[in-house]
Design a protein around this ligand. Sequence first.
Ligand SMILES: [Zn+2]
Ligand SMILES: [Zn+2]
Length: 424
Amino acid sequence: MKCPAGTATSSPRPGRASSGRGISGDLRRYWANMGVPSFRPDPWGSNILRRDGDSISCAPPRNTSPPPPPSGTRRGRGGWRHAPRPWRDALKPLLHPQLVNPPFGDPGLLVDLRFERRCLLFDLGDLEPVPARRLLRVGHAFVSHAHMDHFAGFDRLLRLCLGREKALHLFGPPGFVDNVAGKFAAYTWNLAPGYAADFAVTATALEEDGSALTAAFHSRRRFVREGERRIRFEDGVLVREEALTVRYATLDHGIPSLAYRVEEPAHVNVFKDRLEAMGLAVGPWLRALKRAVLRGDPDDRPVAAPGRDGTETVLPLGRLRAEALLVTAGQAIAYVVDTAFTPQTAARIADLARGVDVLFIESPFRAADTELAALKRHLTTGQAGRLAAMAGAKRVVPFHFSPRYQGQEEEMRREVETAFRHPM
Ligand SMILES: [Zn+2]
Ligand SMILES: [Zn+2]
């Protein structure tokens, strides 16, 4: 993936992108040295802590190792060149997460939904490194809490979107509708109704029990708060679409702080050439077959399949699955920031992040500074690593390091890694 050229502009700052061309080489190198995926190519690639070896693994993500491709394909420099389209698509993850800033900067995660030309954003701290083109693709933003380092970037998003026909859905903790209304109240909007396009913001404040307060703000009506009502989210699910699900859990940062999980469902890909080789026709029956596979129906379940010659054949589900289908697990990512380490928050994080491919988790304090971390209602590196292990995360990416440890990032990463691999 090439780092896209954006139109973001900012005054030059040390260690910052200094032009409208997105991310500078210096900053990209810095991130690479930090060993975290950020705005650089291959965000799912190497240098993420994994729990499957003795050293930091550079192994590719697990879904780049599918079963052998169908016959007639060959391997080229860029991978398998002539595999059928469903097989090739199965290799490409939908979710591409990238940290917005280096680990000592403001927390934030941009999840690019490849193929859909849209992004999800987790936290609205310093957003300067994100190219404008990417920010304009954000339709949903999920805020953990309204401390400045997680919410001060709202203004940049607002300014970019103003004057465009766009809907933005914001989620945050209790009181969040007031936080958003307060942001709008800070400016004067007498000219906004004259804009040709309407920028519409929906803000939703989430309570621990799934109840929520939601309200809308439109540029064409000067961003006055309107349509306020109470709604409910069952099982913590905020977004449920065919392509992805987003859910939340409430943690304890002295105030409620929200953690999020985004995941895509498993895919079932059908190899048409293999079906043909079995003498079977494609058709609507495949939809029911895919549903049966995703449900986990038993291998001996009989499936009536139309033949290419117009007759019907009954085959066991297991044979169809083995010979003509490829099931690819959906990816899952969790984002956890600003929380105290308590039995309750640990249980909630482990539950929310269960089995994720990548857990992005705050690690502000060194492992030895547990008292200080408890006082500030934050995690230590050791706690973050243990939580990742408890959740059964496949990889962990620590970030949101306290500035008091500048220059100690390697030690901090090592502490997370040790606790992740050898939890007590
Ligand atoms: Zn905070
Ligand atoms: Zn914070």
